[in-house]
Design a protein around this ligand. Structure first.
Ligand code: PGA
Length: 243
């Protein structure tokens, strides 16, 4: 079995002083290989974090990338630029990007392709809204998002999918293990041959108290952690939940 992938998404949080948290994570994990671990800081910290984590196995990643390699796209950052700054991972299609920046599946798929083209491992996010879950449409919604956000051309390339129910992000609410298992099974089915090896991460209010239980659910290949990844102690406790 491959080691689970545990990734911290710092979102729009973190100043240089907070690199200390990342250093603490790297120091505590030294020599331990039970999980692959990554941190996706804001782009302003990416290069400095790469320096801070130098010599450790902790990967760095971006939180988004543009589909083009370069050009007149003020404010955007390409996958090549992230790779150049030392990133190995990039989150694409996070629900906050979909919600606040109007990103649709087609754009997410283009970003994922750009990411692998730049040598990055994209983490492609999908997840239903509260209303969709209430309407019993969760499996249909995540299956469609996978079909449209994960390009066929990713077959055989390193990438991950993150199942992040929107209503569970930053709310303290989480689906039951059975609900997580059902969503991950639907995602695995929708991935088909294009993602037979791709880990499917769970994200949404992962904390030290629930990490071990979530990480042992069938088809959960890791976690995407927001708020609880900002403090080294909490993030380390979650990583410890991976065994
Ligand atoms: P959360 O965020 O852990 O703070 O709920 C997860 C995410 O949005 O990736």
């Amino acid at each position: 079995m491959t080691a689970p992938l545990i990734v911290g998404n710092w979102k729009m949080n973190g100043l240089r002083a907070d690199l200390e948290q990342a250093r603490e994570v790297a120091a505590s994990l030294a020599g331990r290989r039970a999980a692959r671990v990554g941190i996706c800081p804001p782009a302003t910290l990416l290069a400095a974090m790469g320096q801070a984590l130098k010599g450790s196995a902790v990967l760095t990643g971006g939180q988004d990338c543009h589909a083009e390699a370069a050009g007149a796209f003020t404010g955007d950052i390409s996958a090549q630029m992230l790779a150049d700054a030392g990133a190995r991972l990039v989150i694409v299609g996070h629900s906050e990007r979909r919600q606040y920046h109007g990103e649709r599946d087609e754009a997410v798929a283009a970003k994922a392709l750009a990411a692998v083209g730049a040598g990055l491992e994209p983490i492609i996010c999908v997840g239903e809204t509260f209303e969709e879950r209430q309407a019993g449409r969760t499996l249909e919604v995540v299956s469609r998002q996978v079909a449209e956000s994960v390009p066929e051309a990713l077959a055989g390339r390193a990438f991950a999918v993150a199942y992040e129910p929107i209503w569970a992000i930053g709310t303290g609410l989480t689906p039951t293990p059975a609900e997580i298992e059902a969503a991950h099974a639907a995602i695995r089915l929708a991935l088909g041959v294009r993602g037979a090896q791709a880990p499917i991460l769970y994200g949404g209010s992962v904390k030290p108290a629930n990490a071990a239980e979530i990480l042992k659910v069938a088809e959960v290949g890791g976690a995407l952690v927001g708020g609880a990844s900002l403090k080294a102690a909490d993030f380390l406790a979650i990583i410890a939940g991976a065994g």
